[in-house]
Unconditional design. Structure first.
Length: 119
């Protein structure tokens, strides 16, 4: 995993699972990132409130997807909802160093101790 510098700006990004799934579905159907970007600009495929938010969702979701190898598309599409959420979480962890370190340091410790409470 390539370490990126921390970005506190990442806190404004949502999990965007539905958008992640829609983008992976389009990619698995053979669409390119450019096709999806154009479709998003023309049809607001993510149902964003503003064009700026639609661009932000596209940019973040595609960056997360690009952090994984494209060989995951067919596995993702044939997986159940829980597994798909794990793919989206993994992509988020790979894309956002601050989020990764938070999970690694805090959540990992709780899991080792057997605690299901993060405080």
């Amino acid at each position: 995993m390539e370490r990126k510098p921390y970005s506190a700006g990442a806190v404004k990004f949502s999990f965007w699972f539905t958008e992640f799934r829609k983008t992976v579905q389009l990619l698995s159907e053979g669409k390119t990132y450019a096709d999806i970007k154009k479709r998003n600009e023309e049809k607001n495929i993510y149902s964003a409130a503003t064009k700026a938010r639609a661009r932000q969702i596209y940019s973040t979701v595609t960056a997360r997807i690009k952090s994984l190898d494209e060989s995951f598309y067919p596995i993702f599409m044939s997986s159940d909802l829980s597994a798909q959420k794990l793919f989206a979480l993994t992509a988020s962890l790979l894309h956002d160093t601050l989020f990764f370190d938070f999970v690694y340091e805090l959540v990992r410790e709780k899991m080792i101790l057997g605690s299901d409470v993060v405080s």
